[in-house]
Design a protein around this ligand. Structure first.
Ligand code: ATR
Length: 302
């Protein structure tokens, strides 16, 4: 294979006759843990399938996805930077994918491509598994990009008391508040927007939050989106700080730890969103057969 080809990390369904083929699609994708996670779910549920990787060049997502489905591929997980293109490609969207403005799970049925988004449900399930109560909680969501939009619906549906979206620039946070105001209202949630610098003002954040979620892209470069002054306002020993990135303890997590809060990275969210995708593809009856927390524990020790 020509290594300069856009489709270098190739998962060609034709090479796996008689086996259902799935793939995670992103750029870059070589370090994705999704193939290992889905291989474990397949083992746990005794399913025969192949789950590989695809790395389209930027701009080639639709062509690569269409060819994957045309040659027999059954489903895809979609990650950075293709979630919006996946949404555009889908013939049918679930309501939660529409609300999230992005698609992370595609499947084909009767020639139609269905788009869903399991990110928010994955986050909520990981929080529950870690004993975090969302109902009645005060939540601070840092960032107003795609990652925040993807989880807002499922968080609001759990009925927190208050959800504050804080972003570097306030226009995007205001837009999200507008977009989700109906849902917030129907779940009796007080939804408001602040800037990240507002968090330094103790008059604006008079009480520490129960749950602070970092959904900014700052974590990818291991910067924290918040200053130490803001951290002192928003974290208390009762707080739980969740960083959507995974790997080492991030600067954001260290700021929280330093103020006595509990912390988590986003590896559990990754596994839980994968579990939901697996059930969408292979059948909800497998819910009791796959054990996502065991897969997470294995990833933590591998
Ligand atoms: P994605 O769709 O992947 O979430 P995005 O739309 O670029 O990516 O959004 C990234 C989010 O991280 C935005 O909320 C961005 O803030 P702005 O809207 O002000 O750009 C935020 N972000 C990125 N880098 C950041 C940094 N160094 N500090 C604070 N926030 C940051």
């Amino acid at each position: 294979m020509n290594s300069s080809h856009s489709n270098e990390l190739h998962t060609d369904p034709i090479q796996f006759p008689g086996v259902d083929v799935y793939a995670v699609v992103g750029n870059p994708i070589s370090h994705s843990k999704s193939p290992a996670i889905h291989a474990r779910f397949a083992e746990q549920s005794k399913q025969q399938l192949h789950y590989g990787r695809l790395q389209p060049a930027l701009g080639d997502f639709a062509a690569v996805a269409k060819s994957f489905f045309a040659t027999g591929g059954k489903g895809m997980n979609v990650t950075v930077p293709f979630k919006l293109e996946a949404q555009a490609l889908a013939d049918v969207l679930t309501p939660r994918a529409q609300l999230a403005g992005a698609v992370n799970t595609l499947r084909i049925e009767d020639g139609k491509i269905f788009g869903d988004n399991t990110d928010g449900a994955g986050l909520v399930r990981d929080l529950f598994a870690q004993g975090i109560q969302i109902q009645g909680a005060r939540i601070l969501l840092l960032g107003a990009g795609g990652a925040s939009r993807g989880v807002l619906g499922p968080l609001l549906e759990q009925g927190p008391k208050e959800l504050v979206i804080a972003n570097r620039s306030n226009a995007k946070a205001d837009e999200l508040v507008q977009l989700f105001s109906g849902l917030a209202h129907s779940h009796h949630v007080s939804l408001l927007a602040l800037t990240l610098s507002d968090l330094e003002d103790s008059a604006k954040t008079s009480l520490a939050f129960d749950l602070v979620i970092n959904a900014t892209a700052a974590g990818l470069s291991n910067e924290s989106p918040i200053s130490n002054a803001a951290a002192s306002n928003i974290f208390a020993p009762k707080s739980f700080a969740y960083d959507m990135v995974y790997g080492n303890a991030t600067t954001f997590m260290q700021q929280a730890l330093h103020r006595g809060a509990r912390v988590s990275d986003g590896l559990g969210m990754l596994v839980e969103q994968a579990a939901d995708a697996f059930l969408i593809w292979r059948g909800a009856t497998l819910t009791d057969v796959i054990d996502s927390r065991a897969v997470l524990a294995e990833l933590r020790t591998s």
